[in-house]
Design a protein around this ligand. Structure first.
Ligand SMILES: Cc1cc2nc3c(=O)[nH]c(=O)nc-3n(C[C@H](O)[C@H](O)[C@H](O)COP(=O)(O)OP(=O)(O)OC[C@H]3O[C@@H](n4cnc5c(N)ncnc54)[C@H](O)[C@@H]3O)c2cc1C
Length: 395
């Protein structure tokens, strides 16, 4: 068996990084693994909406990395990667820290993109990371006792936009007039038809306005300018939540690494061209010659799982295997106590889907849940129950 002197360094401990680290440790406990993340806590992004609606507490969706990795027996370092010297196999971090590696796994996810629209950074709330979640949650709380309805705009009718709009409606009842602004001619354009239809019904029931074929031109402190049918409308706004887009989080990569659509180009074994001991998975990567995959936790976890097996194969001196994505379906929340699921030929909506979604997510946190055993979390307590009943489920 091959042996190494320097560690396998995993940068980014989100869905991809967490999966590759825990699986690699399980497959080969003697491997030296170092996981680095710029944050102190994992964020279970698909459940951010439930934190806004207070169906879940912040701590339930944001376990501490130090606790998770000490339970797994993996070394964790909190720091931010700033540069990679691929030829020397050296990583540069904040505070002038340099770390050498034998194998490098990059999985630093996405950040919100303002698409260069004027006023977005200054006047919008984003919904992508822990800071965004904390900021939006505390901002919305001030409207709890409001007597006059405020105008709230959600930009982007993808899953994030639709889900946050429904949750805010149900949490704040008659405090907001909610509108979703979407550039294309439909909501959830990339999603399953069943979920789209359920979402349309959920939005209609809540009287949430949907402005289709509408492009945001500019956002100022009090107004939002929207282009629709060659006409620009300036509407009064009190809150704007920007969920219109994301971009890969790669400030540490320079032009020596080939990129497509701003994402690192990898082969179907996740190797970076010219640097075959370096890998990229999850939102930051795009696989050469393969249909573009959705930017989801499901993809990042399947890739993390596959990469762990491939790294183990390197140590066993076996050939690496190509990755193949298995679409296990999708789930979206549609307000408090409601959801829609379209997975493996099964469709489910309403309260049953809500319950199933929550239980499925609980079962998706195998290593994280162990570190939370002492808590009385509803979410994680159900894990053992769901494992008995759900064999085939969306990741
Ligand atoms: C609100 C919301 C809801 C979502 N809902 C769903 C859903 O229902 N289903 C689904 O499948 N997907 C969902 N997604 C998408 C999913 O969360 C992402 O596709 C997934 O997290 C990508 O995994 P990743 O490992 O690539 O990156 P991430 O999980 O984002 O992890 C990246 C990690 O890298 C760290 N990092 C970044 N830069 C550095 C650096 N320079 N140095 C060190 N560390 C760094 C970050 O702190 C982070 O911990 C949702 C996303 C959002 C925002």
């Amino acid at each position: 068996m091959k042996s190494i002197k320097k560690p396998i360094v995993i940068v980014g401990a989100g869905f991809g990084g967490m999966t590759v680290a825990s699986n690699l440790k399980r497959l080969n406990p003697s491997l030296p693994i170092l996981v680095v993340d710029s944050e102190a806590r994992f964020l279970f992004k698909p459940l951010m909406y439930e934190v806004i609606s207070e169906e879940l507490s912040m701590w339930e969706t944001t376990p501490e990395f130090s606790k998770i990795f000490s339970d797994l027996g993996i070394t964790f370092l909190r720091n931010c990667l700033t540069k990679i010297r691929f030829d020397e196999k050296i990583l540069e971090f904040n505070d002038d820290l340099h770390i050498g590696y034998e194998f490098l796994i990059l999985c630093t996810g996405s950040v919100s993109s303002n698409f260069s629209v004027k006023g977005v950074d200054e006047n919008c709330y984003f919904f992508n990371n822990l800071k965004d979640l904390t900021k939006l949650k505390s901002f919305l709380k001030q409207f709890q006792n409001n007597k006059i309805k405020k105008n709230l705009f959600v930009i982007g009718a993808g899953p994030s936009g639709v889900e946050i709009a429904c949750k805010i409606h149900d949490t704040y009842k008659d405090k907001f007039d909610i509108s979703i602004v979407e550039r294309s001619n439909e909501i959830l354009g990339q999603n399953k038809i069943f979920n789209r239809e359920e979402a349309e019904k959920a939005l209609e029931r809540r009287k949430i306005n949907i402005l289709l074929n509408s492009t945001v031109q500019e956002i100022s402190e009090k107004k939002i300018s929207i282009l629709n049918d060659s006409e620009i409308k300036k509407l009064e706004q009190d809150v704007v939540i920007w969920t219109a887009g994301i971009k890969p989080n790669l400030p540490y990569i320079d032009e020596q690494v080939k990129q497509i659509k701003g994402r690192i180009l990898v082969n179907n074994k996740f190797q970076i061209e010219n640097y075959l001991n370096s890998f990229a998975i999850g939102d930051i990567s795009i696989i050469q010659g393969m249909e573009e995959l959705p930017l989801t936790a499901q993809v990042a976890m399947q890739q993390g799982d596959h990469l762990a097996k491939n790294i183990e194969r390197i140590f066993l001196e076996q050939d690496l295997l190509p990755f193949d994505f298995q679409d296990n379906g999708e789930m979206i929340s549609l307000g408090m106590g409601e959801a829609s699921i379209s997975a493996l030929g099964v469709t489910l909506s309403g309260k049953l889907a809500f319950e199933a979604r929550r239980l499925i997510y609980a079962s998706k946190m195998p290593d994280i849940s162990r570190s939370l055993k002492s808590t009385a979390s509803w979410l994680f307590q159900k894990k053992s129950i769901i494992n008995k009943f759900v064999n085939k489920r969306p990741k």
